[in-house]
Design a protein around this ligand. Structure first.
Ligand code: ZN
Ligand code: ZN
Length: 217
């Protein structure tokens, strides 16, 4: 898998420190299960945080202490990899952290229509942020919108385009107060994403604004 769009440093550090809301934790854990690069970066933050230093025995902070710790983490990461072997026998779409949360693969998701052929399933988490699965029909555009906070969108199936950028399976789009966008699902395959937000979206379209409270978006 060639992932081009990754988690940001603050997100990985927040995940490592345990300071992210539950909804963001789930998205970060799901991306990490798909992405060797972010998993390696997370391991170095975990090492800095010292949480794994104890597991590695006493490492003196000499010149090669970091290398020792990283080597040790490498072993651990390997173990985690094997344990979290992502593809289910049936070739599921949801990586392990997410399928554990949902209690199965896509067939276990309780979709609800939000209009225009788009379906969503809000996953229950603590209230500081929300996270939902979105099913966007191939070729369909999401309503033009901005953000009051941060929005993370992780692609699980298919792909979408946003201005000039393309996001495919494993990619994360990070949008914030300065981002206005209109993501469009690519033709050919329906796009399934996991989207986490810590504040409501800003819609230009009146109908979309009226519908917001009903869809908790
Ligand atoms: Zn990554
Ligand atoms: Zn957005």
């Amino acid at each position: 898998m060639s992932i081009k769009h990754h988690l940001s440093e603050p997100l990985l550090m927040g995940y490592s420190a345990g300071t992210l809301p539950e909804a963001f934790n789930l998205l970060v854990a799901t991306h990490i299960s798909m992405c060797d690069e972010c998993r390696a970066e997370l391991a170095s933050y975990d090492a800095v945080g010292g949480t794994l230093l104890e597991d590695c025995g006493s490492a003196e902070m000499s010149g090669d202490a970091l290398a020792t710790v990283l080597a040790c983490l490498g072993e651990d990461t390997g173990k985690t990899d094997r344990r979290a072997t992502p593809r289910r026998p049936g070739g599921g779409v949801l990586p392990t952290p997410l399928s554990d949360y949902v209690g199965g693969d896509l067939d276990a998701v309780k979709w609800r229509s939000v209009g225009g052929g788009v379906r969503q399933a809000i996953l229950e988490t603590s209230p500081e942020a929300s996270v939902r699965l979105l099913h966007i029909p191939a070729g369909m555009a999401m309503p033009d919108h901005g953000h009051h906070g941060q929005e993370l969108t992780l692609v699980l199936q298919g792909a979408f385009r946003d201005e000039s950028e393309r996001f495919a399976r494993g990619d994360v789009e990070i949008a914030d107060e300065d981002t206005m966008h209109t993501p469009v699902a690519e033709p050919g395959e329906d796009c399934i994403c996991l989207a986490a937000t810590d504040a409501p979206l800003k819609f230009k379209n009146l109908l979309a604004r009226l519908a917001q409270p009903f869809f908790r978006i």
